[in-house]
Design a protein around this ligand. Structure first.
Ligand SMILES: [Fe+2]
Length: 258
């Protein structure tokens, strides 16, 4: 274990944070007790705003990031108050927000059969649903998907892909007296996975509403320009995070906790 890994572990222990084990589709490597690598998707790809593990039934209230190696270009972690997202969407798209709350949304995640650029040696890393559910057996995978994920249905396709359906669900949740946009209401911006969002009645979210929501994110987020040794503690119940495209090398470690 390196000195920085020890530092991250020691920092989370010092704050008396209990470890929260990562579950999900990301190729995270557990480097040490409490210390994981960040999302390994290629650095030139934007990782869209999200609450960590929002698609999993149990999600961590806190995330600690530690910068071991700042990227030479880009690669900022960017954060946004999720309650501000709700306020701005309510201001600019009141009918859309009302429909999202009343009818809910349906989020469909279409995993790919091959996860290119995987950096782990894990034999399950070449696919996504198998890694996410830690099995290659479809029957067991479906059981785990319904048990572990906040998922309502899963369909395995003959080409090795799978479709996970979440919802209809209200994307807005309330934590500590604040309404937050807990689930994604726009699709992914990456090629890692495809996601589609409709209202709960199956009707599409108008594209101009999706564009307005993306603009709200861009206008209200704050970029963190990493410097070596920086620590960022994020309240995952209040704040969403994303990663901007950049150039490698970039090493940001993660510790999830209660
Ligand atoms: Fe994340």
């Amino acid at each position: 274990m390196s000195a920085v890994q020890r530092t991250t572990r020691a920092s989370s222990r010092h704050l008396v944070l209990e470890e929260f084990c990562y579950q999900g589709p990301v190729d995270r490597i557990k480097l040490a007790d409490r210390v994981y690598t960040a999302n390994a998707v290629p650095s030139d790809i934007m990782i869209s705003f999200h609450h960590e593990m929002a698609m999993i039934k149990e999600f961590p209230p806190r995330i600690m990031f530690f910068c071991q190696q700042p990227p030479p270009v880009g690669g900022q972690t960017t954060i946004i108050s999720s309650s501000v997202v709700v306020e701005k969407v309510e201001e600019e798209l009141p009918q859309v927000l009302e429909k999202m709350e009343q009818d809910g949304i349906i989020f469909t995640l279409h995993t790919k059969s091959i996860y290119k650029n995987s950096t782990t040696s894990d034999p399950l890393a070449g696919t996504v649903w198998q890694r996410m559910l830690k099995t290659t057996d479809e029957v067991e995978a479906k059981k785990r998907a319904l048990d572990m994920l906040a998922c309502n249905n899963v369909k395995f396709n003959s080409d090795g892909t799978a479709c996970f359906t979440f919802g209809p669900m209200n994307p807005i949740r309330e934590f500590n007296g604040k309404r937050v946009m807990f689930n994604r209401v726009v699709g992914y911006e990456t090629g890692e996975r495809d996601a589609f969002v409709t209202f709960g009645d199956g009707s599409p979210v108008p594209s101009n509403a999706t564009e307005t929501i993306k603009k709200i994110y861009e206008e209200n987020c704050v970029d963190i320009n990493w410097q070596k040794g920086d620590i960022l503690l994020v309240d995952n119940l209040a704040v969403q995070h994303a990663r901007r495209p950049g150039k490698p090398p970039r090493i940001v470690l993660v510790s999830l906790s209660n």
